[in-house]
Design a protein around this ligand. Structure first.
Ligand code: SF4
Ligand code: FES
Length: 248
């Protein structure tokens, strides 16, 4: 199949970017979307042009590095699917596909489709870990976690930090990402001793990075490749109130 592409090209963070049209011939329907971009880049290199920069690592939907707006939707048209797990059979012969980087002030463009997501790392460094002594492996089984909370904690722990939630949010809020990390730890015994400091520090860092507020649009959950529910945001809010109340 033939695919036409309209790709955002930007040579450096300060350059003025713009869309450039390309076409790729003989694309097999079973190629992944990133493999199709590899084909285009080989074509560009052969022609002596600069290849398109895009982020990727595992190509298995687990590392969270891939990510781009595909036809205006974070990670593309397939629900619960990271860009690397999208296949060309989901597109039509001759279709024009528009590719843009994540849109958010807190995610500045580095080059083409690559953005700087180190703001997420700084949110994690503010408290997204357990620093207390939790004992050796057998001690982990000494405090039981009830099944509903264990399931919820596991679901929140599946956040891959891709940033699609930010890119899709009209406020460019990082609430779903931050809430998933806070809620995951708050539900487990090992995370409870530091839960108050954690929620205050991580939400403070989230604001300092320039992410917007959550106004319950729900776009984040609809594009999240891991299907993380906005229930996490409600849990984060409860954690915050509890941390701020003198008797919480
Ligand atoms: S909450 Fe979902 S969309 Fe947001 S960073 Fe985590 S996995 Fe990606
Ligand atoms: S490349 Fe790792 S999640 Fe897509």
């Amino acid at each position: 199949m033939k695919i036409n592409l309209k790709v955002w090209r930007q040579s450096d963070p300060l350059a003025v970017g713009g869309f450039v049209n390309y076409s790729v011939e003989a694309v097999e329907p079973d190629l992944s979307f990133l493999e199709m971009l590899d084909m285009l880049n080989e074509q560009l290199i052969t022609q002596g042009e600069v290849p398109i920069e895009f982020d990727h690592d595992c190509r298995e939907g687990i590392c969270g590095t891939c990510g781009m707006m595909i036809n205006g939707r974070a990670h593309g048209p397939q629900k619960r699917t990271a860009a690397c797990q999208l296949y060309m059979r989901h597109f039509d012969e001759g279709e024009t596909v528009t590719l843009e980087p994540w849109r958010a002030t807190a995610f500045p463009v580095i080059k083409d489709l690559v953005v700087d997501r180190s703001a997420f790392d700084r949110i994690m460094m503010a408290g997204g870990y357990v620093s207390i002594k939790t004992g050796a492996a057998p001690d982990a089984n000494a405090v039981l976690v009830d099944k509903p909370n264990a399931d919820k904690a596991f679901d929140y722990a599946t956040c891959i930090g891709c940033g699609a939630c930010v890119a899709a949010c009209p406020n460019a809020s990082a609430s779903l990402f931050t809430a998933a990390k806070i809620s995951h730890l708050a539900l487990l015994a090992q995370g409870k001793p530091e839960r108050k400091q954690r929620v205050v520090k991580m939400t403070k860092q989230m604001t300092a990075e320039g992410f917007g507020d959550c106004s319950n649009h729900g776009e984040c959950q609809s594009v999240c490749p891991q299907g993380i529910s906005i229930d996490a945001i409600a849990q984060m809010r409860r954690e915050y109130i509890r941390a701020k109340l003198p008797f919480g």
